[in-house]
Design a protein around this ligand. Structure first.
Ligand SMILES: *[C@@H]1O[C@H](CO)[C@@H](O)[C@H](O)[C@H]1NC(C)=O
Ligand SMILES: *[C@@H]1O[C@H](CO)[C@@H](O)[C@H](O)[C@H]1NC(C)=O
Ligand SMILES: *[C@@H]1O[C@H](CO)[C@@H](O)[C@H](O)[C@H]1NC(C)=O
Ligand SMILES: *[C@@H]1O[C@H](CO)[C@@H](O)[C@H](O)[C@H]1NC(C)=O
Ligand SMILES: *[C@@H]1O[C@H](CO)[C@@H](O)[C@H](O)[C@H]1NC(C)=O
Ligand SMILES: *[C@@H]1O[C@H](CO)[C@@H](O)[C@H](O)[C@H]1NC(C)=O
Ligand SMILES: *[C@@H]1O[C@H](CO)[C@@H](O)[C@H](O)[C@H]1NC(C)=O
Ligand SMILES: *[C@@H]1O[C@H](CO)[C@@H](O)[C@H](O)[C@H]1NC(C)=O
Ligand SMILES: [Ca+2]
Ligand SMILES: [Ca+2]
Length: 877
């Protein structure tokens, strides 16, 4: 008996010695599954710089369930690969498959939702993702890389395109079935968890999985722990295992990546595949120190080094407190180094960068007591038998954290009790032996100011001349110039001042083109407000900037509104909140993925020098000024205020809303004088149901809600605020919009000898929507976006002379009581004094004519037609 351990050891060594070397000159094939956070592309660029005869990155799959949104994330990856000359690397994102109630996993599940919440389609709650801030410091900043991405990364030919994009599961299957692969995971584990559950036969091809995530024996050092606590900085997360700064009060144990999908992580860890974990235990020991930062600043000899440094600097400059250097760690980038060191030198050799140890762990997916049924656990609560045949009293059968303020998890005056996602050390049958990095190794050169070996190595690799980036955006084009196009209104009598409030759905861009084509003598569009509570994520604001640039209207102010519906963000931490209403919008095909990329066409627009940036200024409440505080993205309310200030005496503002009423409500709630300055409001939305049971609303994905229209449903409290105000409102209700749901008719009219660039673009978008709608059921609803042009047309049709429109006065109210089946429903209210003007009829044939004729006019046409035209301009002599 005594001999056994030694024997095993010797055997393992022998196997290791043969299998862990680069065999016969064949490089390791690597697949990276990433959530495309800042730190992820630090890791990605490092991997791309390694000797390709040793480590060859073959494929990237995007985790859509975490810090970035799929469309923005995929395009950032494509751009990085283009810069690095690696368009050969496959990129997989999304997919729309389902997990059925009986546990059947269909192919191509997109990973937008954690496995526990994945049903049919890509809509669902934000149980775990709620922990990730939506705006600044969260997904908005990460989607845009704080604004640096579009100023820096060149743009190649690859991009997300609907129904053409390879899905994550397709890329996983393709890459892994070709032969032995090493997998790196730097986000939530959804993609890999699903892959392993559906392709057990391919497991044998995965040599090893390296993971950044979890915390085993870690002790959180951030948030001014006692030795540095001052009156201005109260200790918060000190000593916690986990790092969820938005959720440690309910769950002090989890680390973000594992919390993103604990069940998927369980599947990965328990797969039987050899695992190396680089948890917080190790990454907490390798912060971005001032010394490292300084050394990096002086050492940027490649574009990739510049890109990483710029990102790091912006992260520092916008950090919410003064603890950046002790709170920002090398997470994924450290894992990349530890992993490749292991791969190249053998698992049983010393690792160059980290101390390693074997531990027996599991991933907690539910909380004791097990075997309960309290409505929190969708694996057990939905079908008659538990999904995936899970054991009735097993480790997956307890309470599953429902959100970051789950009352089950909160305890008064004590640490939260939920452990979902915790990589806990356990003994017994449900434990797995994994190799764990426990701390970063010190620099062998003890005289260096850089006190970790990996600091030096990382900078060295990133600055190597081998495999370096080909250009950045500005060096790609010898004649690159940033120009703002502003119209000359001298001598013109400008029409009524209009503000367009949109949620950046596809139809809103059609409406915007139209508004810009109406003669400025009739409509003077002065500002655009956007919300992130509707069809698109906030980072899509860049598409608005680009469209304005194309049309020569860089004078139009663009304000970013609240990213949550009224009262959906949490009072004491407004970075995070609930997704009660916004969860009705699909994440995948036909939903935010497509809005965010304008159905794959956004990248054909010329690039505006204006874009979202995280630049900020003390004047506006930031902790410190960044380098260019004047570039800061204005908020919707600020734009509103500056507009009001700029008005001539007596003049007023007309508003058109094409999305949820979030911005308008916030203006009414915070500006006591707002209604005095608003001439009238045109609201596209609301379902005014004259014959109940005849015509349904359009709150797709909320089957219990029959009569709401989405713009009202997505923010019922905002709608109520507006409906109860004294504003002059013209309502363009859903059943009127439905009369212009006809792509072919509009497409046919957009025909002329001399097509304007805006007509060409509009036509392409309409044709794409039309084709997608016919090809795939997930696009069946997209005709609603052609109805979105109606508000702009009615607004511009003064005196109803072209459309023969008729209106009635209705006394209406909107339901906002918090019940999903009723919220957003518009009903008659005979007690109300004030009525709305409601569109009752119009000539829809003229509507198509008016729309297309305006887009075809040569006046007020694009000043730069497309990105291709811009490239020609910047390249020509
Ligand atoms: C890259 O790796 C190969 C194979 O191990 C080796 O022959 C070659 O010298 C390496 N190149 C560099 C620049 O280190
Ligand atoms: C699960 O349900 C689907 C559709 O309802 C059915 O086609 C399939 O056979 C079921 N699978 C199992 C294992 O029961
Ligand atoms: C692109 O690279 C050049 C040369 O290194 C640099 O001067 C320039 O600032 C970079 N562009 C951006 C936007 O950082
Ligand atoms: C605590 O403060 C000291 C002195 O200001 C500083 O050197 C040290 O890095 C700080 N440590 C932490 C964990 O913030
Ligand atoms: C760790 O797990 C392995 C099996 O994976 C087991 O053989 C070993 O005894 C465990 N060690 C401890 C300390 O639980
Ligand atoms: C939002 O919630 C707060 C507190 O619950 C309440 O006072 C306020 O009236 C709500 N806002 C709206 C617009 O209903
Ligand atoms: C509000 O509007 C009224 C009338 O338009 C004006 O007299 C008053 O000064 C305004 N108040 C503020 C605070 O702007
Ligand atoms: C508008 O209505 C008037 C009278 O109802 C009719 O004569 C005219 O032809 C209509 N115009 C259009 C464009 O339908
Ligand atoms: Ca990551
Ligand atoms: Ca819209």
């Amino acid at each position: 008996m005594k001999l056994w351990p030694n024997l095993v050891c010797v055997l393992v060594m022998v196997i290791a010695a043969t299998s862990n070397k680069v065999q016969g000159g064949t490089p390791y094939r690597v697949l990276l599954d990433t959530d495309v956070d800042t730190d992820d592309f630090f890791a990605l660029l490092y991997l791309l710089k390694l000797n390709q005869s040793q480590i060859n990155l073959q494929a990237i799959t995007v985790n859509t369930n975490s810090w970035t949104n799929a469309g923005h994330a995929a395009n950032q990856i494509y751009d990085i690969l283009y810069m690095m000359g690696r368009d050969d690397i496959d990129v997989g994102v999304g997919g729309d498959g389902a997990i059925l109630e009986n546990g059947t996993i269909q192919s191509n599940v997109g990973g937008y939702l954690p496995i526990i919440d994945q049903g049919r389609g890509t809509t669902g709650p934000c149980r775990y993702r709620q922990a990730i801030p939506v705006g600044g410091g969260g997904r908005l900043d990460i989607d845009t890389n704080m604004g640096i991405r579009r100023s820096f990364l060149p743009q190649g030919n690859r991009r997300y395109s609907p129904l053409r994009q390879p899905t994550a599961q397709q890329v996983l299957i393709k890459t892994i079935s070709k032969g032995p692969v090493t997998v790196f995971i730097t986000g939530a584990h959804t993609n890999m968890g699903i892959f392993l559950m559906t392709n057990p036969n391919l497991k044998k091809n995965i040599n090893h999985i390296y993971i950044m995530g979890g915390g085993v024996r870690s002790s959180n050092p951030t948030g001014c722990c006692p030795k540095n606590a001052t009156s201005s900085c109260q200790p918060q997360q000190c000593g916690d295992r986990g790092n969820m700064f938005t959720a440690f009060r309910s769950n002090p144990y989890a680390e973000f990546n594992f919390f993103g999908d604990p069940f998927a992580a369980y599947q990965v860890i328990h797969s039987g595949i050899p695992i190396t974990l680089v948890p917080l235990d190790a990454t907490n020991t390798i912060p971005i120190t001032q010394e490292f930062f300084k050394a990096f600043e002086q050492n940027q000899h490649t574009y990739e080094a510049q890109y990483v440094f710029k990102s790091l600097k912006m992260a520092r400059d916008t950090w919410f407190d003064d603890q950046f250097f002790t709170s920002y760690f090398m997470w994924d980038s450290f894992m990349a180094g530890v992993a490749t060191s292991s791969m190249l030198h053998g698992e049983y050799e010393e690792n160059e960068f980290a101390e390693m140890e074997y531990m027996n762990i599991t991933v907690i997916t539910s909380n004791e007591p097990y075997g309960i049924s309290d409505g929190s656990n969708a694996f057990f609560d939905e079908g008659k038998i538990p999904k995936f045949n899970l054991g009735k009293n097993g480790v997956h059968s307890g309470h599953v954290q429902t959100g970051i303020r789950d009352p089950f998890c909160l305890r008064e005056n004590a640490r939260g009790r939920c452990k979902d996602g915790y990589t806990e050390e356990v003994v017994g049958p449900d434990s797995v032996r994994v190799r764990v990095a426990t701390r970063a190794k010190p620099n062998r050169d003890t005289t260096s100011t850089l006190d970790r070996e990996y600091y030096v190595h990382y900078l060295d690799v990133l600055n190597r001349p081998q495999y370096k980036g080909r250009f950045n955006f500005t060096t790609e084009f010898p004649r690159y110039k940033e120009v703002l196009y502003k119209p000359d209104f001298k001598g013109k009598k400008l029409g009524k001042t209009v503000v367009f409030d949109m949620d950046m759905s596809a139809g809103d861009f059609l409406a915007l083109f139209y508004l810009l084509k109406v003669p400025v003598e009739e409509i003077y569009l002065k500002a655009i407000l956007v919300t992130g509570s509707g069809w698109a994520n906030a980072a899509t604001i860049d598409v608005v900037y680009d469209l304005l640039h194309m049309m020569g209207r860089d004078d139009i102010l663009v304000g970013l509104g609240d990213l949550f519906a009224v009262n959906q963000s949490y009072p004491n931490g407004p970075l995070v909140g609930d997704c009660k209403y916004s969860k009705a919008i699909p994440h995948g095909s036909g939903g935010r993925l497509d809005s965010d990329t304008l159905y794959g066409l956004a990248r054909d627009l010329p690039r505006s020098p204006r874009r979202y940036t995280a630049e900020n200024s003390v004047e506006f409440g930031a902790p410190r000024d960044t380098d260019f505080p004047q570039l800061r993205q204005p908020l919707a309310l600020e734009v509103w205020r500056s507009l009001v200030k700029s008005l001539d005496d007596g003049s007023k503002i007309t508003i058109l809303t094409n999305g949820p009423l979030t911005n308008l409500a916030n203006i009414l709630l915070s500006e006591s004088n707002a209604s005095a300055i608003i001439q009238e409001v045109f609201i596209l939305g609301g379902h005014v149901n004259h014959q109940k049971n005849e015509e349904k609303g359009n709150a797709i994905n909320v089957p219990s809600n029959k009569y709401a229209e989405l713009n009202m449903f997505l923010d019922p409290l905002a709608a109520k605020t507006v409906f109860d105000s004294s504003l002059e409102v013209t309502l363009i209700p859903l059943h009127m919009q439905r009369r212009v749901y006809a792509f072919p008719r509009i497409i046919k009219k957009l025909q002329a000898k001399n097509m304007t660039p805006e007509a060409i673009f509009t036509k392409r978008l309409l044709m794409r929507l039309h084709r997608l709608r016919r090809r795939h059921h997930l696009y069946r609803h997209v005709d609603m976006f052609s109805g979105e042009i109606l508000g702009a047309i009615i607004l511009a049709d003064d005196h109803q002379k072209h459309l023969n429109s008729t209106f009635g006065v209705e006394h209406l109210k909107v339901n906002a009581e918090g019940m999903l089946s009723k919220d957003g429903e518009v009903t008659f209210d005979t007690y109300k004094n004030k009525g709305f003007k409601v569109l009752q009829g119009f000539d829809y044939v003229s509507c198509y004519n008016i729309f297309s004729n305006r887009l075809l006019r040569q006046e007020q046409s694009a000043v730069i037609g497309s990105f291709d035209e811009q490239k020609r301009l910047w390249s020509s002599q």
